[in-house]
Design a protein around this ligand. Structure first.
Ligand SMILES: [Zn+2]
Length: 106
């Protein structure tokens, strides 16, 4: 994982395999672990399919949940990452296509 600081980044962190872009000078371990989970998701799906899926699912969730923030939180990739961001073993121990079990609301 290569972490690059981007002071004008519009979000706290963003995974763009193999990079993680962060806004803070000292990003938290939890944020980095969250982004590490996204890197794993990108590796297993392929980078372009990941982003296409992410965008398509965002649009579906936006229709379902109405607001940008709720739509974002309910993307299956985000549900998986938020559910496990404090488990630092998770990126290496997660099941193959682990996001799939997060496709429906908990
Ligand atoms: Zn995320």
């Amino acid at each position: 994982m290569i972490v690059i600081r981007v002071p004008f980044l519009w979000v706290e962190g963003m995974a763009l395999f193999p990079l993680v872009l962060v806004r803070a000078v000292r990003p938290s371990a939890v944020l980095l672990n969250h982004e590490r989970i996204h890197l794993r998701q990108q590796l297993e799906l392929g980078i372009l399919p990941f982003y296409l899926w992410y965008l398509l699912e965002y649009l579906i969730r936006r229709f379902q949940y109405k607001t940008h923030y709720l739509a974002y939180l309910n993307i299956s990739f985000e549900r998986e990452a938020y559910a496990h961001e404090t488990n630092f073993d998770y990126p290496t121990k997660r099941p193959w296509l682990g996001f799939w079990r997060y496709r429906h609301p908990a």
